[in-house]
Design a protein. Sequence first.
Length: 263
Amino acid sequence: MNDNQLLRYSRHILLEEIDIEGQQRLLDANALIIGAGGLGSPAALYLAAAGVGTITLVDDDRVDLTNLQRQILHTTDRVGMQKVESGRKALLQINADVNVVAIAERVAGAALEQLVGGASVVLDCSDNFATRHAVNRACVMHKVPLVSGAAIRFDGQISVFDPRDAASPCYACLFAPDQQFEEIRCAEMGVFAPLVGIIGAMQAAEALKLIAGIGVSLAGQLLMLDARTMAWNGIRVPRNADCQVCGGRHGADRTGRPSRGQE
């Protein structure tokens, strides 16, 4: 760590739980963010500011005027640009030392597995169950911790799924792959702008804790926020011994499904 980095990250280094060793772990890390939209925006900004060495953004969408109400990674003059390229510009303006890998495509199958396998932590900032399950399978396969967030209307939720811990559930323990869920998108139902900021910032916090090896993660818990009252509710999520993904089947289904961007 050079003198400039020691100064830039001094407020982290002052925290005894992080110190120089923890900050170095952040500098050496690779955070994979699936979705450069509402949740991915604050998550990516905080990870870049905190000095995560490599940030890989995956999203095949372009910046639209309707995104700007909440997707703070993007600006009016970048409407029409690929979201990952817009995001790369924003992150490098905050911290030019960060290596930002921009992947403007739907990543599936072996390509998704390869990205997950090379990551220190994965942040699922997508907006559909197919992507969430594909990312979860890859994380279970490669034993990479997953920070999952979701937000619609005034309702948000966040959890951590850590396959390195034998007691930790995976996403499929909570939402079975064969269970039918109604896909609700913000283009149809709307979303409260600061809500994605709250959940996305918490995803960044959980990712940083996992990388630095500090504190206690949200593994085994699901936190839910009602932004109308700012009331939080939490539930315990046990591991399902009969889970189709992590329940003794030695990893994930290798079929993989396309990864898509956040609202």
